[in-house]
Design a protein around this ligand. Structure first.
Ligand code: FAD
Length: 1003
C-alpha cells in the first residue's frame, strides 16, 4: 500500500475543510486535505446560497446570529468576488404574525445586525414582483455567495502556502496507535486509510493530527475508532427558477420555517428550504410535498410564483450536532461545534469541527487551527481574516469588489468571445472549459460544472454536454489531460470513457430535473432527449453504461404527489353565440412542423383553400433532417431495425392503438412516396424505401437507423466499405470529428478525423452551422475547404462533413466537393439548429405557397368556438385583438409536449392547449419517468396524447369524435413515443397524409 506523510490531515473538502486547510497552511503546517468526491460535493455545494446577516437567527438563536454578522463583515472583505451584495429584506406577508416584527428588530440590535425599516413603496420599487400585500419590510446586510468559488479560492490559497488536496479520496477508517487497546485505554489517532476512487487503490496517510471536517459524515468518521459523535443529518430541499425574479435576498419575517427564503444567485433565484431529519446523509429522497410546499410558499412572497418555470431541484444535509437526540431539527443550534476528542473521549490526535453555516466557515477554521496549535504546543496567529483570497481580480467581479451578474458578459464582450461559448446559458467559454479540463483536478463533467457552471442554465446541459465531451476527448487524445486516461484500464478505451463521461453527466442533470419536470422545463427536457437520442443516438454508443464515478439518483420518494385537479382546458371553448356564415377556408391547419406543413400541402395541392397558422417552426429545426420511420422496435431492442416495413407490420399487429396502426401500411407508404416525389421535384431528393433503413453515422459516431435520407447523407451509410475521413472546422463547436471517428472505429468501421483551420473563418464572430451553411453558397469557400482537405485525404474512401453544406444548393455543394476531392462526400447531422431540417421546412413552405396555400408564422392559436358538433372558428393572438379564423375543417398539428400542443403543470395536470381536448389516461405524476435518463423503454409521460377514431379525429372517453370537423396529426397523438421509436418524421408524414385524406374523402 502506498503511504503519504503529512503533519495535519484534514478530512472533508467542503467550506469548513477548505477553510481549515487554508488557515493551517498559512500558519506554516504541512497539511493535506482528502475529499471523497469533488470539492464542494457535500453540503457546501448543495446549500441555499445565502451569506447570512444573522437576521434569520436573531430571535431564536442569538449566538448563531452574532457569529453570522461578524463573519459576514469579514467575508465581504476577504472574498468579495465570491459574494454578490444583494442586500436582504425581511418581510411580513398576510400569513405572518405582526407581533414577530418588534422581536426581530430587537434581536438584530442585540446581535449587532444593522436593520432598518423600508417603506413598502420603496420595497416595491426595488422588487416590483413582491407581494403588494406585504405590510412591513426590514433591510439587513444579507447577500448571496458562490460556495464552489469559495472552496476553490480557499484551497488555491492553501496550495500557494504549500498544502495538498486529494479529491476522490475516501477515508475508510482512521488509524490509531493501539489498534487492539481495550476500551477506556487512551489511544492516539495517527492517520487514515483512504480509498483512491479514481485509481481504485487504497493508500495510508500518516499524520500527527487529524481534523475531521466531514460535515454530516463526521459521526461516521469518528465512529471508525469507536467515538460517538451525534450528528443529525437535516435534509433541506431547494428549487432553482430559470431566471432571477428578484435581485434582493427576501426572507419571511417569522420564526425560521420551510420555503421562506428567496435567494438570487448568478442567473437564477433559489427558493428553500425544507428541514427533515434523515437517517443517512448519502441516501434520501426529494419528496413531492417538499417541491409543492416551496411553490406554495414562494407564491406568498411573489404572486404567480408556482406557475413560473423551475429549473432544477436539489437537496443537501445540514450537519446538526447534538449531544442528545431531539425531535425537530430546527430546534438544534446553527452555531458551530469544536470537539477535542482527547478531552471528550480519551482519543488524542483527532478534532472534529462541525455544524455551523457556510457563512461561519472561516471562524470555524480559525478556532480549529487555534486548537491544533495548542495541541501541538505552538503559538501561531491566524491571518485568514486579513489576507484576501485569490481570484478577487477575476472576470466575474467588479475590479477588487463584489461579484456582479454582468461580469461574465462584460468579459465576453470585451474579448468579443461570443463565438467561443460552449455553454450559452451560463456564458462559459471554450477557454473556461479547457482550463477546467487541464487543471488536473477534474475527473468528470460534473467537476467541470462546479468549476465553470457548465450545464447549470435553462437547458441543463442540452447543448454544452456534447461540446464539453468533444473538448475533453480532443485534449485527452493529444495527451494534454489525464482526466479520462486515469479512469481507464487500456489506452484504447479513451473513446469509451468519453462516452461514459457524457452519459454520466446526462444522468447527473436528469437527477435534479426529475422533481420539477412539468411545463416549459418538461418541454426543454424532451428537446434534450430528441438531441441525445434521436440526433446523436447516445444510447447506442459502445462502452459501459456506468463506471466508478457515475452519479447516484436521489432515493425514490416515499410520498405521493398531491393529487392533480380535474382536467379543465387552459383555453375555454365557449359555445357559439350565433355565428353563422360561410367560412372563408376549407382547412385551417394549426402547427407548422412537418405534420402541419405536409397536411397543408396535401390539401392545397388538390385545390382546397388552406391556411396554416403556427407559433413557431416545429421540430424540423431540431431534428436530423432525415425521415425516421421506425428505428427500434420494441423500444428497448439493442439492435436497430433494418427492414422497417416488416417491423411496422409487427407493430401494427401488436399495438392497434398506435397511430401507425390507424393509418395503415398502404397510407404510410403513400405518404413517404409523396414526400419523395416533392423532394425529387424540388432538387433535394430523399432516397430510400420502406424495405430498408439506412445506417448513418451520428455526430458522435453511433449508427442512426433512418428510412429516407437526403442525397447529401447517403454516402455515409455504414454498411458500405472504405475508410471514412470526418472533417470538422476549428471554432465550430458542434462537431468533433476525432470523437465520432473513434466511436465508429470501435464499432469496426474504419474512420479518422481532421479539423480544418480555414483562414476564411478567422475574424468571424461566430462559426455556427448557419454561418457555415451560408458560406457554402460561395464557390471560393468550397474551393478553400477542398484545398485544405486534400493533404489529409490519404486513401480515405469517403469524406464526411457536419451537415452544413448549404441551404438551397446543398446537392450542388456536395457534387462540387466530390468532384474536387475525387471521393464520395456525405453530411452528418449534428446539434440544432438543423440545416437539413431547415431545408425540408423551406421546401414544404415553398410547395404550399406554390399550390396557393397560406402560411402564417408567429401566430399562436389560443382557443376555439364551436356549436357542440363542429368547430366554427379558431382564435389567434394578434397585436391588439384576437383574430378569428373560420374554416370548414380544422387540423391540429401542435406537436405534443415537445411542440407545446400539450402542457403540464406542477400538479400533474396535462392539457391540450387549443381545444382542451380529452387525453388518454394521464399516468400519476410519480409514474411519469423512469429513473435513468436513457432508460431503453422511454418515459411513460411521453406516450401521452390524443386518442382518435379511424379518421384521426380526437375522441372522448365514449370513443366518439369530440368534433366532427376536427382532425389531428403528428406528435399530439398518444400511444407512441416518436423520439424513442425514431419515428418522429415518419409518424408526422403518415398521420398528416391520412388526416388530410380523411378531410378530403369525407368532406
Ligand atoms: C439545505 C441547506 C441550505 C443551507 N443554506 C445555507 C445558506 O444559505 N447559508 C449558509 O451560510 N449556510 C447554509 N447551509 C449550511 C452550510 O451549507 C453548511 O453548514 C456548510 O456547507 C457545511 O460545510 P462543511 O464543509 O462542514 O460540510 P460539507 O460541505 O458537507 O463538507 C464535508 C465533506 O466531507 C466529505 N466526506 C464525507 N465523508 C468523507 C470520507 N469518508 N472521506 C473523505 N471525505 C468525506 C463530504 O463528501 C463533504 O464534501 C445550508 C445547509 C443546507 C443543508
Amino acid at each position: 500500500m502506498r503511504r503519504i506523510n503529512t503533519e495535519i490531515l484534514v478530512i472533508g473538502g467542503g467550506a469548513t475543510g477548505a477553510g481549515v486547510l487554508r488557515d493551517l497552511a498559512m500558519r506554516g503546517f504541512k497539511t493535506l486535505l482528502v475529499e471523497k468526491n469533488d470539492l464542494s460535493h457535500g453540503t457546501t455545494g448543495r446549500y441555499h446560497g445565502l451569506l447570512h446577516s444573522g437576521g434569520r437567527y436573531a430571535v431564536n438563536d442569538p449566538q448563531a446570529a452574532r457569529e453570522c454578522i461578524e463573519e459576514n463583515r469579514i467575508l465581504r472583505r476577504i472574498m468579495p468576488h465570491c459574494i454578490e451584495d444583494t442586500g436582504g429584506f425581511f418581510v411580513i406577508t398576510p400569513w405572518d404574525d405582526l407581533a414577530y416584527a418588534p422581536r426581530f428588530v430587537e434581536g438584530c440590535r442585540q446581535a449587532g445586525i444593522p436593520v432598518e425599516e423600508v417603506p413598502i413603496s420603496e420595497m416595491l420599487r426595488q422588487e416590483p414582483l413582491l407581494n403588494p400585500r406585504i405590510s412591513q419590510c426590514f433591510r439587513v446586510p444579507d447577500g448571496s455567495a458562490d460556495s464552489f468559488l469559495g472552496t476553490d479560492a480557499n484551497t488555491e490559497s492553501a496550495s500557494q502556502h504549500g498544502a495538498q488536496v486529494l479529491t476522490y479520496h475516501q477515508v475508510r477508517r482512521l488509524l490509531v496507535d493501539k489498534e487492539t487497546a481495550p476500551p477506556g485505554e487512551p489511544r492516539h489517532v495517527v492517520g487514515a486509510i483512504c480509498y483512491d476512487r479514481v485509481h481504485d487503490e487504497e493508500i495510508a496517510i500518516d499524520a500527527d493530527l487529524v481534523v475531521n471536517a466531514s460535515g454530516a459524515w463526521a459521526g461516521l468518521i469518528a465512529g471508525t475508532v469507536g467515538i460517538k459523535v451525534h450528528i443529525i443529518p437535516g435534509k433541506g430541499t431547494m428549487l432553482a427558477m430559470n431566471h432571477r425574479i428578484l435581485n434582493t435576498v427576501v426572507n419571511r419575517c417569522k420564526m425560521p420555517s420551510d420555503g421562506d427564503i428567496l435567494v438570487p444567485i448568478h442567473t437564477v433565484t433559489v427558493i428553500g428550504t425544507t428541514d427533515v431529519k434523515v437517517a443517512d446523509p448519502d441516501h434520501f429522497p426529494i419528496e413531492p410535498w417538499e417541491v409543492h410546499l416551496c411553490l406554495e410558499e414562494g407564491d406568498k412572497l411573489v404572486p404567480g410564483f408556482k406557475d413560473m418555470r423551475m429549473l432544477r431541484a436539489w437537496a443537501g444535509v445540514r450537519p446538526l450536532y447534538q449531544e442528545t437526540e431531539v425531535a425537530d431539527t430546527r430546534d438544534v443550534t446553527r452555531a458551530f461545534v469544536l470537539l477535542d476528542h482527547a478531552v471528550r473521549d480519551g482519543v488524542d490526535g483527532l478534532v472534529t469541527i462541525t455544524s455551523g453555516k457556510w457563512t461561519t466557515y472561516r471562524k470555524m477554521a480559525e478556532v480549529t487551527a487555534d486548537l491544533v496549535c495548542r495541541k501541538l504546543g505552538v503559538q501561531l496567529p491566524c491571518r485568514t481574516h486579513l489576507e484576501v483570497l485569490p481570484g478577487a481580480d477575476g472576470h466575474g467581479s467588479l475590479p477588487g469588489g463584489y461579484y456582479y451578474l454582468g461580469g461574465r458578459l462584460a468579459h465576453i464582450e470585451k474579448r468579443a468571445a461570443y463565438g467561443d461559448l460552449i455553454c450559452e446559458c451560463e456564458l462559459a467559454t471554450r477557454q473556461d472549459v479547457e482550463r477546467a479540463i487541464l487543471s488536473g483536478q477534474t475527473w468528470s463533467l460534473d467537476d467541470i460544472r462546479r468549476d465553470v457552471r457548465l450545464g447549470m442554465g435553462p437547458c441543463q446541459g442540452g447543448f454544452c454536454t456534447f461540446r464539453a465531451v468533444g473538448l475533453i476527448h480532443e485534449l485527452a487524445a493529444q495527451g494534454k489531460t489525464t482526466m479520462l486516461a486515469s479512469l481507464q484500464a487500456e489506452p484504447q478505451a479513451l473513446v469509451e470513457q468519453t462516452d461514459l463521461a457524457l452519459r454520466d453527466f446526462l444522468q447527473e442533470r436528469w437527477k435534479g430535473l426529475l422533481p420539477v419536470l412539468w411545463g416549459q422545463q418538461l418541454r426543454q427536457e424532451r428537446l434534450d432527449e430528441l438531441i441525445y437520442q434521436s440526433v446523436l443516438n447516445v444510447d447506442h454508443l459502445p462502452g459501459p453504461s456506468t463506471g466508478r464515478l457515475s452519479p447516484e439518483l436521489y432515493a425514490p420518494s416515499s410520498t405521493p404527489v398531491p393529487r392533480a385537479q380535474d382536467q379543465t382546458p387552459i383555453s375555454s371553448t365557449p359555445r357559439s353565440t350565433g355565428f353563422a356564415g360561410r367560412p372563408d377556408l376549407d382547412l385551417l391547419v394549426i402547427g407548422g412542423g412537418l405534420a402541419g406543413l405536409f397536411a397543408a400541402w396535401q390539401a392545397a395541392a388538390v385545390g382546397q383553400r388552406v391556411k396554416l397558422v403556427t407559433k413557431g417552426w416545429g421540430a424540423d429545426y431540431w431534428s436530423a433532417g432525415t425521415i425516421d420511420v421506425l428505428g427500434y422496435y420494441p423500444l428497448d431492442a439493442s439492435e436497430s431495425i433494418l427492414d422497417p416495413s416488416a417491423a411496422l407490420r409487427r407493430l401494427i399487429a401488436e399495438h392497434p392503438g398506435h397511430p401507425y396502426a390507424i393509418v395503415g401500411m398502404e397510407r404510410i407508404s403513400a405518404a413517404l412516396g409523396a414526400m419523395q416525389d416533392i423532394s425529387q421535384q424540388l432538387g433535394y431528393p430523399l432516397h430510400g424505401s420502406l424495405e430498408s433503413n439506412w445506417l448513418l453515422p451520428s455526430a458522435l459516431g453511433a449508427a442512426r437507423p433512418t428510412c429516407l435520407a437526403p442525397q447529401t447523407m447517403i454516402a455515409g451509410d455504414l454498411r458500405q466499405s472504405g475508410e471514412m475521413l470526418l472533417v470538422g472546422f476549428r471554432r465550430f463547436p458542434d462537431f468533433y470529428p476525432s470523437l465520432a471517428a473513434g466511436n465508429l472505429s470501435l464499432q469496426g468501421i474504419p474512420a479518422r478525423g481532421v479539423s480544418l483551420d480555414l483562414p476564411a473563418l478567422d475574424g468571424r464572430r461566430f462559426v455556427t452551422a448557419r454561418v457555415l451553411a451560408e458560406m457554402c453558397a460561395s464557390p471560393t469557400f468550397i474551393g478553400a475547404i477542398a484545398a485544405a482537405l486534400r493533404p489529409f485525404l490519404d486513401g480515405a474512401a469517403r469524406v464526411g462533413f457536419p451537415a452544413v453544406l448549404g441551404f438551397e444548393n446543398a446537392v450542388q455543394v456536395q457534387a462540387r466537393l466530390q468532384e474536387t476531392l475525387g471521393v464520395p462526400v456525405f453530411e452528418i447531422p449534428t446539434l440544432p439548429p438543423s440545416i437539413p431540417g431547415m431545408r425540408l421546412h423551406r421546401l414544404l413552405l415553398r410547395i404550399i405557397r406554390e399550390a396557393g396555400g397560406r402560411v402564417y408564422e408567429g401566430m399562436q392559436a389560443l382557443h376555439a368556438e364551436h356549436d357542440g358538433v363542429r368547430i366554427l372558428q379558431v382564435f389567434t393572438e394578434a397585436a391588439a385583438r384576437q383574430k378569428a379564423h373560420r374554416a370548414r375543417n380544422f387540423l391540429l398539428a401542435t406537436g405534443g409536449l415537445l411542440g407545446g400542443g400539450l402542457y403540464s403543470d406542477y400538479t400533474g395536470k396535462v392539457t391540450e392547449t387549443v381545444f382542451g381536448l380529452p387525453l388518454q389516461d394521464t399516468p400519476e405524476r410519480t409514474a411519469w419517468f423512469e429513473s435513468a435518463f436513457l432508460a431503453p423503454q422511454g418515459h411513460p409521460v411521453y406516450r401521452l396524447g390524443l386518442s382518435t377514431d379511424e379518421r384521426l379525429r380526437p375522441v372522448a372517453g365514449s370513443g366518439n369524435p369530440v368534433f366532427a370537423n376536427l382532425f389531428a396529426a403528428g406528435a399530439s397523438l398518444g400511444g407512441c413515443d416518436p423520439v424513442r421509436e425514431r419515428s418522429l418524421e415518419g409518424l408526422a408524414l403518415a398521420t398528416a397524409y391520412h388526416a388530410a385524406r380523411s378531410v378530403l374523402e369525407f368532406d
